[in-house]
Design a protein around this ligand. Structure first.
Ligand code: HEC
Length: 137
């Protein structure tokens, strides 16, 4: 009996240790934050971002320096957007925020006229990289 209890105790101690280590590992991983908040823009493709703003229809509402037509005017011109401090006048113009905004503006700015534009992570990253290098001066 005594031997059996000891081994159960030893096993549960190992189990607790494993649980603690696992929690610590999860805690460390959480420090990195969700991928959207720290996007790796170095893996983004500016040229693909330019293609996407046409393919996804952004050009119907926005003017871009590299797109002669159409030059949509329902939304603001994005010709100097990379030099701008705020997105839609209220959010910091940072890669992580912009990546979320271009895909789902109404989630960040309730009531905005900018619609949600469904995109993959990589597409949002490419569009974001393209937008952030738009500087007319
Ligand atoms: C149906 C029209 C429409 C489409 C399509 C559209 N937008 Fe917009 N967008 C707007 C409007 C309107 C605003 C202004 C929103 C506000 O201030 O609340 C805006 C705002 C923005 C802003 C912030 C501009 C600023 O000066 O702060 C960015 C960046 C942007 N859009 C990028 C895009 C991208 C990229 C796409 C395509 C994936 C896209 N938009 C598609 C209408 C549109």
């Amino acid at each position: 009996m005594g031997v059996q209890c000891d081994s159960i105790l030893a096993r549960s101690r190992r189990c607790i240790l494993r649980a603690v280590l696992c929690a610590a590992a999860c805690g460390l991983a959480a420090c990195d934050g969700p991928p959207d908040r720290t996007p790796k823009l170095d893996a983004a493709d500016v040229a693909r971002g330019l293609r996407l703003v046409s393919e996804k229809g952004c050009v119907a509402c926005h003017a871009f320096p590299d797109v002669a037509w159409p030059r949509g005017a329902l939304g603001p011109s994005l010709e100097n957007f990379g030099a701008q401090g705020l997105i839609a006048g209220r959010l910091p113009n940072q890669p992580g925020v912009l990546m979320q905004f271009v895909r789902n503006a109404p989630a960040l700015v309730p009531g905005t006229a900018m619609p949600a534009m469904p995109m993959s992570d990589q597409e949002a990253r490419d569009v974001t990289a393209y937008l952030l290098q738009l500087k007319s001066r």
